[in-house]
Design a protein around this ligand. Structure first.
Ligand SMILES: NC(=O)c1ccc[n+]([C@@H]2O[C@H](COP(=O)([O-])OP(=O)(O)OC[C@H]3O[C@@H](n4cnc5c(N)ncnc54)[C@H](O)[C@@H]3O)[C@@H](O)[C@H]2O)c1
Length: 296
């Protein structure tokens, strides 16, 4: 594989483009918004500079990586020479199905189509293409240049050759691939989201406060971040939507989202991105301050 097309230039798309370009691949980055593409290139450049400053990258590799990224606002143009497309657009089923129909129509026949979705069924995405055996999940973690894991999701029809090719490619990127099958939440979110939900239930039922819950998990289980802080970081709306995928997909009440989480999302208290969740966030400050709502 030489030519990689990344669809979506947001948080994940710019990180994915960054690691492919840094490894020497030619990257085409596609987004509907030119402004977002410009922002993504600036972010990639800044993050590469940080690696150069740390000595983990030479200035030559940085320049080569940046020169290896071209941008497009059209999927048809972006995928036309791709060996692999990694879709990292907004998490919305209808949007992803539309994007995959377009990619399938315009990408070369041998091209592998991957999605970075956190929760949408790979089998469902594959079903709208004429090449379901070439469709696979490639779930990078945030921030992509730093996090080692790639959760690789085999859809019902994904071929063994395609899966093996993506495992090999992930290793080439310096990542550690883990192959899992396509069931709701895959592995990462199937295990993480019920833990976050249970932490919210513990708060809701008054078992302990925000600080106590997070401290128990940080100091007792050696988690780098407590589950409530992590939920704020991921976005409470994202957590709710993944819990709903688990709940709908398995039909098991154990995945029912906590009513407190539902209320907070309805009230637009979404965590870091809205300035308030379980904690309050002030631009420029790294202090972890529990939201007044949860102070005793
Ligand atoms: N943010 C995370 O921590 C994280 C982690 C793992 C996986 N994911 C998954 O990665 C994907 C992207 O998430 P994100 O956080 O980067 O989102 P984001 O909102 O930061 O970026 C999404 C980008 O997709 C673009 N887009 C929307 N419609 C498009 C179209 N038709 N064609 C091209 N681009 C289009 C948007 O303009 C935006 O720039 C989602 O599927 C999400 O579930 C996110």
């Amino acid at each position: 594989m030489k030519n990689i097309c990344v669809i979506g230039a947001g948080t994940m798309g710019n990180g994915i483009a960054h690691v492919f370009a840094q490894t020497g691949f030619s990257v085409t980055l596609v987004d509907v918004s030119q402004e977002q593409l410009d922002r993504a290139l600036a972010t990639i450049s800044k993050n590469l500079d940080r690696q150069v400053a740390k000595g983990s990258l030479t200035p030559e590799v940085k320049e080569k990586a940046l020169a290896g990224i071209v941008t497009h606002t059209s999927i048809a143009a972006g995928v036309q020479n791709a060996d692999l497309v990694v879709e990292a657009a907004t998490e919305n089923v209808d949007l992803k199905l539309t994007i995959f129909r377009q990619i399938d129509e315009h990408a070369p026949a041998a091209c592998i189509l991957a999605s970075n979705t956190s929760s949408i069924s790979i089998t469902r995405i594959a079903s709208v293409t004429k090449r379901p055996e070439h469709v696979i999940g490639m779930h990078f973690m945030n921030p992509v240049p730093v996090m080692k894991l790639v959760e690789i999701i085999n859809g019902y029809a994904t071929s063994a050759q395609v899966s093996a090719a993506i495992v090999e490619l992930s290793r080439q990127l310096g990542k550690v691939p883990c192959v899992v099958n396509d069931y709701p939440g895959f592995i990462a979110n199937r295990i993480l989201m019920p833990m976050i939900n249970e932490a919210i239930y513990s708060l809701y039922e008054g078992v302990a406060g925000v600080e106590e819950i997070d401290t128990v998990m940080k100091l007792g289980m050696a988690h780098p971040m407590g589950p409530l802080q992590l939920a704020d970081f991921i976005g409470l709306d994202v957590c709710l939507s993944i819990l709903n995928v688990l709940h709908d997909g398995f039909g098991n009440p154990k995945y029912a989202p906590c009513p407190l989480l539902v209320n907070m999302v309805t009230a637009k208290k979404l965590g870091v991105k809205s300035g308030e969740g379980f904690y309050t966030y002030t631009p420029g400050s790294k202090d972890l301050v529990v939201s007044p709502r949860f102070l005793k």
